[in-house]
Design a protein around this ligand. Structure first.
Ligand SMILES: NC(=O)c1ccc[n+]([C@@H]2O[C@H](COP(=O)([O-])OP(=O)(O)OC[C@H]3O[C@@H](n4cnc5c(N)ncnc54)[C@H](O)[C@@H]3O)[C@@H](O)[C@H]2O)c1
Length: 459
């Protein structure tokens, strides 16, 4: 099928590449001229595992092209809108880019188009889209509007898109539902050639859930808000553990063994960040407010998350006493591992707070330094974890990249001014750290290693 994708960010680029991978002819547009020319020249505007290879393959096969939004609108029978929906100062989602695309489609397209919202949008955005397509249509456009929320995670986006747990579509016409079913058929049947697994992990066929548009829009905001709630919940449990002398990793393990709870998203730390959870929780609170529902539960989720940065800085202050003039190493800048995305990354908030108290930061991240430099230029960016730690009074682990778990701690011990690790993600193998003479501080009262704990009961 001829498909268009508007917006070549983390979601749009993955969507375009994966839909081409499963056999569609895709045109992807991008309004940022620098990003677009990079893509047209075979480069990548962002880091996402496997994505570059998939793009290379489908471009070689002639199934993916990049260009302007006008060309994209002219090309596809179905148009996926994947532009950003950042937060406004009052928490509402900024739908400016969505509105701009709707207007361009209304003015530029003739004949039938299925317009698909893949960006995360407030409930009833579909209804607004329908209205604006009709108001601005100048060339006899016939259209349906559908919602198709995206659940991919940065860092694993290609695998998530090709092997999803579920595909949710919200359509208010049988024609729109049928087109979306056809688009996703190869993924539903898992009948494509997988570009990343020679032997695909058999996850079972994804569930194709068709709802009305409003419900599909709500599913996305409700899902992200629920996951954010789980994170804030375990972060409060971590605070409690620190006071009462329990170990949050063990508490989380014990909770997660209950299948009604599940173990994912029970990792305490410095709080959630990125381009989804913080803004989606805010937007969901606003949606509820405007509908007359006081979703105060989510206000607490947000408040707890905002408190994580200050609490972590306080931990650093407790250890280092005076921060002015101290050299501090920061390992990890991206909001999570395996991405270069630093939008709403807690690591950047922590750095800004430490700098405000006069600390000097030496930072290293495997992929996110280019993007971080644009946000906080006044940091010493380093080649690797060792250079970042050299001469420092503390090493703060703020993003749990795998390479930090493989550090040679005996070498590191010779480089630091003071052997202190503050692990904001409880990600390091504590016995390795401690056995090399470091003082280790984690989140939520983690001090005894799981090994020591089992030694206590003789297992
Ligand atoms: N990043 C994620 O993990 C994720 C996951 C699920 C859903 N989402 C949602 O998907 C949407 C996009 O997120 P993202 O992370 O890909 O954002 P992004 O900022 O990386 O990408 C959006 C892209 O759209 C481009 N754009 C804006 N207006 C345009 C136009 N008129 N024509 C062509 N391009 C245009 C921007 O330049 C940008 O490159 C958001 O609503 C987000 O909430 C994101």
């Amino acid at each position: 099928m001829k498909l268009s994708v508007i917006g070549a960010g983390y979601v749009g680029l993955t969507t375009a590449a994966c839909l081409a991978q499963v056999g569609h002819d895709v045109f992807c547009s991008e309004s940022d001229v620098e990003k677009l020319s990079k893509l047209q020249d075979g480069g990548m505007p962002l880091f996402e595992p496997h994505l570059e290879d998939v793009i290379k393959g489908v471009r070689k096969a002639g199934r993916l092209r990049f260009g302007s939004t006008e060309e994209a609108i002219a090309w596809g029978d179905a148009i996926f809108i994947c532009v950003g929906t950042p937060p406004l100062p009052n928490g509402d989602a900024d739908l400016c880019a969505i509105e701009g695309v709707a207007r361009a489609i209304a003015k530029g397209a003739s004949g039938y188009r299925l317009v698909i919202e893949k960006s995360t949008v407030p409930v009833q955005t579909g209804a607004q889209l329908r209205k604006h397509l009709s108001v601005h249509s100048t060339s006899g456009l016939r259209y349906d509007v559908a919602s198709n929320p995206e659940f991919l995670r940065e860092g694993t986006s290609v695998g998530d898109f090709l092997h999803p747990d579920r595909i949710v579509i919200g359509a208010d016409s049988p024609r729109a539902a049928a087109i979306l079913r056809e688009i996703y058929e190869p993924i539903i049947k898992q009948s494509f050639t997988c570009p990343i697994h020679s032997d695909c992990p058999k996850r079972g066929d994804p569930i194709f859930l068709a709802t009305d548009t409003n419900s599909a829009e709500l599913i996305k905001h409700a899902s992200n808000s629920f996951l954010a709630m789980k994170i804030s919940f375990i972060n409060m449990v971590a605070n409690l553990c620190e006071v009462v002398g329990a170990d949050v990793t063990m508490v989380a393990e014990g909770m997660g063994l209950d299948p009604r709870i599940g173990s994912s998203f029970l990792n305490p730390g410095i709080g959630f960040g990125g381009f989804c959870f913080p803004k989606d929780v805010q937007a969901f609170i606003r949606i509820a407010e405007k509908s007359g529902c006081d979703f105060s539960l989510l206000k607490e989720v947000e408040k707890i998350n905002q408190g994580r940065v200050e609490r972590f800085v306080e931990q650093v202050r407790n250890e280092l006493w005076v921060l002015r003039g101290k050299k501090i190493a920061v390992w990890g800048l991206a909001f999570k591992p395996n991405t270069d995305d630093v939008r709403f990354a807690p690591a950047l908030s922590i750095i800004r707070r430490l700098q405000a108290e006069g600390a000097h930061i030496q930072a290293y991240d495997p992929e996110a330094m280019e993007k971080a430099k644009k946000e906080i230029p006044d940091v010493t960016y380093c080649q690797d974890a060792y250079e970042a730690a050299t001469g420092t009074d503390a090493v703060l682990l703020l993003t749990e990249w795998e390479e930090f778990r493989k550090v040679d701690w005996s070498r590191l011990a010779t480089l630091v001014e003071r052997p202190l690790i503050i692990d904001g993600r409880n990600a390091l193998l504590r016995e390795d750290v401690v056995s090399n003479g470091f003082h280790y501080i984690g989140i939520g009262g983690v001090s005894a290693t799981p090994k020591e704990a089992s030694a206590l009961i003789g297992t």
